[in-house]
Design a protein around this ligand. Sequence first.
Ligand code: GAR
Length: 218
Amino acid sequence: MGKLRLAVLISGRGSNLQALITACAQADFPAEIALVISNKAAAPGLQLATAAGIATRVFDHTAYASRSDFDRHITRAMEEIGTELVCLAGFMRLLSDEFCDHWRDRMINIHPSLLPAFKGLDVQQAALDAGVRFAGCTVHYVRKEMDTGPILVQAVVPIGPDDTADSLAQRILAEEHRIYPLAVRLIADGRVSIKDERAVISGHEAPTGQLINPPAGA
Ligand code: GAR
């Protein structure tokens, strides 16, 4: 069977893109990156793609008359190369309703919080300010409202008393790099369906055990 064809959309560093590149380099991984798109010509992630021999395109959003116009050009580029799944990986542009409708159930995003808590930007600081004991990251299908949509995979990171937004972001990022390839694999293996706006994974077994923070008895 052919591999699922991905387009990855970035705006910056590209560490999640790199995690996907590394996963796709494994012979048995069921997906391949056909195209990397950035809205910023200077995004360091573009060089990661080029180094891996992956085609890149830049669509500078400031060069388009409207958000819809920008989105239409990106859609055309992704359709030209037969994109089956769009992966947003630090793509820092809001998407038009038409774009979200067009790629509905064929577009996923990674976000550095345990959604639906802490949408938007600076979410690690928001978690610290709220005093929660756990943070984490989420891969979800994309819907029109920012950082909403059926949740596919989450990873949890305990927060300690000395954590800063930076230290927390680093530990969350390490988990992002695990769960994004996992989410793509689940989809590529045909194990995911959307029912009543929830992502159902065939053969899904939850891990056993629990995390308590601070640890019980401490
Ligand atoms: C990641 O932490 C990703 O979760 C976040 O931007 C960072 C991109 O890093 N995305 C969002 O906040 C989207 N709402 P990367 O360019 O190294 O992958």
